[in-house]
Structure formats: C-alpha cells, structure tokens
Design a protein around this ligand. Structure first.
Ligand SMILES: [Zn+2]
Length: 131
C-alpha cells in the first residue's frame, strides 16, 4: 500500500487510484464510469460521492473562515464587503473544486479499502454502464 501523501497528490492530479495513469474525467464535469486502462470502477454504488461533497463543503467552509479572519486581521475591510466577497466565493468555488473533491475521495477510498476492502477488486467493480 502506498504512502498517504502520494494518495492525496494523485487525487489532486485527478488520476485513477489503482493504476495512477488514466485521468478520472472525460471532460470538465463528466467523470468516466471506470478506468480505460485497468478497469477500476470509480463509482462503486449509488451515493458513493457523498463524501466528495463533504470534502468540497469542508474545504469551502474552512477557506471562508480562515480567509474572513485573515482579511479582518490584515486589512480590516467593511463587513458588507466581506459578506459580499465570501458570499460570491461560496457560490463560485464549489463547482470549480468539484473535480478535485471527487479525485481526492476516489483516491482516499482506494487508499483506505484497497483491493481487499469491502468493494469489488479493480476491474470487477460494477459500473453504472453495466447495470
Ligand atoms: Zn486505472
């Protein structure tokens, strides 16, 4: 089993967790059902990506809380300016971070469960296309 920091790096690179070669996404928002190289099914079951939504939400909220307080500490802007900026940030950032949060989740899940986990081994997972 590989090192966890390599898993996180692979998640940011949006690569397959099993072979670490194939990209997870076919286009900006369309994720492949499984790896074209090794056959690893990315979506293991319905609702599989709920944890990716949690990752996205946590990163967004932590960025807002830290950014808000750093701005207060460094430049002391008007509260209305802060609310406007971070409100827009909360609307724009999550769709842009969507791919990364999915890449992180797929790779973290593979790191934790591996091929001996509760999921089917790579190449034998049931993808949405096979149902
Ligand atoms: Zn692969």
């Amino acid at each position: 089993m590989s090192d966890f920091s390599e898993t996180i790096q692979n998640g940011f690179r949006l690569k397959c967790p099993a072979c670490r070669e194939e990209p997870l996404f076919q286009s900006f928002f369309k994720m492949a059902a499984k790896c074209a190289r090794c056959g690893y099914a990315y979506e293991r079951e319905d609702g599989y990506f709920i944890c990716a939504i949690y990752i996205n939400m946590i990163v967004t909220l932590v960025t807002i809380v830290v950014g808000f307080n750093m701005a207060e500490w460094l430049i002391e802007p008007l509260l209305s300016s802060q609310m406007l900026f971070w409100g827009l940030f909360a609307a724009v950032f999550p769709p842009l971070f969507f791919r990364t949060s999915r890449g992180l989740w797929v790779n973290i899940d593979y790191f934790v469960t591996g091929i001996s986990g509760s999921h089917d081994p790579p190449g034998r997972g049931i993808s949405k296309e096979e149902k």
